[in-house]
Design a binder for this molecule. Sequence first.
Ligand code: C2E
Ligand code: MG
Ligand code: MG
Ligand code: MG
Length: 287
Amino acid sequence: AAKAAGKDRVVAYDVTLRERQLQRIDVVDRLRTAIGTEAIVVHYQPIVSLSSGQFTAVEALVRWVPPGQAPIGPDDFIPAAEDSGLIVPLGEQVLRQACRDAAAWYHEYGTKLTVNVSPRQLAEPDFASRVRRALGDAGLPASALILEITEGVLVAAGAQAEQCIAHLGDLRRAGVQVAVDDFGTGYSSLAYLRDLPIDILKIDRSFMPDAATGDAVQQVALVRTIVDLAHTLRLTAVAEGVETDEQTAVLRTLGCDKGQGFHYGRPASADRTAAVLAGALSAPAQH
Ligand code: C2E
Ligand code: MG
Ligand code: MG
Ligand code: MG
């Protein structure tokens, strides 16, 4: 009976796998035609200084809005874009659009821009020059740009890992900052922190204390450990996924530098972000 069940499971798995492969081919075909058009939209989410309440940066987050359809979130197409290599032109479109949008915000409010970068992009031989060109064309200084990479970037880059590190080094010498995104969810975290040229550590949102899901003391102790680790390495600590007043209070107590999450603002269109930044500037600083 066990053998029969095992056999059934294998068959069922094969069918879903095949369906998923077909779906992915369809996504890749449709995404290919969307790249370069207005169907690729960039939204922005604020990053807030926990000491002053000021919006110090916005993170660019891509959305795909096929004409006449509901927006598709990045989790539903970035993996296919990475596998197919479409992430390279897609990522460049997002970077160039975001630099153009953010230039005005930087000049008016000093708000910086942070952009997610995939391993495939970072491994491109001309990645650093593409970034410099996007900055120059938009009139955004290098010191206003932060690039977010994940801990897995060197594993994903394989033989090109050295080249990725060299690109990050080049860009950092030009004034660009580098952040490790989703910190704590990957593997070999400490070796990465040692080997990668980085400035900022973004603590994954799964570490935010949540009274509903277990031992609060232990959860807070874990965040404290990550914040202290960041500071020991002279990195800026940014908490992701901050949703409540309580979490903000804990993060302030722990000396975490910055926060990002629905508590401060959801990702919003460029127009809406411009209005929010204008309002935040005229309103008294939030404490
Ligand atoms: P990420 O870079 O870690 O971005 C943060 C994600 O968490 C965003 O999801 C954001 O909407 C969500 N988030 C922010 N605050 C909260 C909160 O308080 N609670 C909860 N539950 N979620 C929050 P989004 O926009 O769906 O993006 C998902 C991921 O897709 C990003 O994670 C990033 O890894 C990737 N991504 C987005 N845009 C790009 C891009 O242009 N290029 C690349 N390579 N990846 C991108
Ligand atoms: Mg990110
Ligand atoms: Mg993240
Ligand atoms: Mg993420």
